[in-house]
Design a protein around this ligand. Structure first.
Ligand code: PMP
Length: 364
């Protein structure tokens, strides 16, 4: 009886900005050539798998993890070559760190500012945390619009600015001098999100000491550990000790801690795979540039954005041919007719190029 009288419905109870959201969509990919999610396509070498099996076999999974993840943090500080005086905070993926940052600064009317098009979670997480969101459009060729960004910063006084470097989904590195100006003009924190650092020619990590309001975020997802869920935020202890208060104590489990620590001891293997992916990115870029009716954008990440007529039909044609990429058409006005392909193994890249050519020919 009481459940009949209860007036709770999602529409009455859930905040309007959450009702208005669409959940982050992850399409089924079983049996497909999976080039949609910026994963590293290479399995680990057998010897490393065996080492991991041993590590996992002796893991104490009846115990809570080390809440401070001391060993893993030590390894990360060393492989990332962290400037002195800087520390790291760990997240269950860097998504979790974006959320933690937003929660920390979400005073009434606080603003989260980013550029558009960029990683969609900045805007979504602003809504989760009850922050106002401001998205400054990039120029037509996806460069930072510095005057417009500085103007938006002056007008909205954002507590938090996110700049993906390289940017997702456009793949380019923004002008470093323009980013420096943004950091200097921002009244709040600026987070340079280096999710694709392993494939890029520049980083703000060595510049951490130059700006009091700069934090650099990275993830190990694109380097071959997407399944582990591990990201980190690097910056001065002054910020990190406050943010640590919001981190749930056991956010990185026993197995991710041990496995990541073991893999980072073999960082060279993962970096070698990243180098291979960079070479294959060049091959793939040249093929896309050489494809009639396709406009490919230069990339410093492990994916390439391209524009093609009838993009949604091309995306569906690829899917029918067993290749899953990302359809960005309709997601943002600047991404009309845009698709994004993750760089795979040379064989997968060839299969993608053949399927793309075949689909375009059929649609012509
Ligand atoms: N930042 C950017 C720019 C991304 O593209 C992604 C993943 N698509 C993330 C952060 C989140 O990565 P993860 O949660 O796997 O660490």
């Amino acid at each position: 009886m009481s459940s009949i009288r209860n007036t709770a419905t999602p529409e009455r109870l859930i905040r309007q900005e959450i009702l208005a959201l669409h959940a982050y969509h992850v399409p089924p990919s079983s049996g497909m050539i999976k080039l949609d999610a910026m994963e590293n396509p290479y399995p680990l070498p057998q010897s490393l798998r065996e080492e991991l099996a041993q590590v996992v076999a002796s893991a104490e999974i009846n115990r809570y993890p080390d809440a401070a993840a001391a060993q893993l943090k030590k390894r990360i500080r060393s492989v990332a070559n962290l400037p002195s005086g800087m520390d790291v905070l760990l997240g269950n993926g860097s998504d979790e760190i974006i959320q933690l940052l937003a929660l920390a600064v979400a005073k009434p009317d606080a603003v989260l500012l980013s550029i558009e098009p960029s990683f969609v979670m900045y805007k979504m997480i602003a809504a989760f945390a009850g922050m106002k969101y401001v998205g400054v459009p990039l120029t037509e060729d996806f460069a930072l619009d510095l005057p417009a960004t500085l103007d938006a910063i002056a007008r909205h006084q954002p507590a938090l600015v996110f700049l993906a470097y390289p940017n997702n989904p456009t793949g380019n590195l923004f002008d470093a001098a323009a980013i420096a100006q943004i950091i200097q003009a921002a009244p709040g924190l600026v987070v340079v999100d280096e999710a694709y650092y392993a494939f890029a020619s520049d980083s703000f990590l060595p510049r951490l000491g130059q700006y009091k309001n700069l934090l650099v975020m990275r993830t190990f997802s694109k380097l071959g550990m997407a399944g582990l869920r591990l990201g980190f935020l690097a910056g001065s202890k002054v910020w990190l000790e406050q943010l640590e208060k919001l981190r749930l104590p056991y956010n990185v489990g026993v197995l991710p801690q041990l496995v990541a620590e073991t893999l980072l001891a073999h960082h060279d293997v993962l970096l070698q795979q990243a180098e291979q992916i960079k070479c294959d990115r060049q091959w793939l870029y040249e093929r896309l540039v050489g494809t009639v009716d396709v406009r490919a954008y230069p990339s410093e990440a492990n994916f390439i954005l391209f524009r093609v007529a009838h993009a949604t039909q091309v995306f569906e044609g690829l899917k029918q041919r067993g290749v899953l990429i990302k359809n960005l058409n309709g997601g943002h006005p600047a991404l009309t007719d845009c698709l994004r392909v993750t760089v795979g193994t040379p064989e997968q890249n060839e299969q993608f190029v053949a399927a793309l050519q075949d689909t375009i020919n059929q649609l012509a």
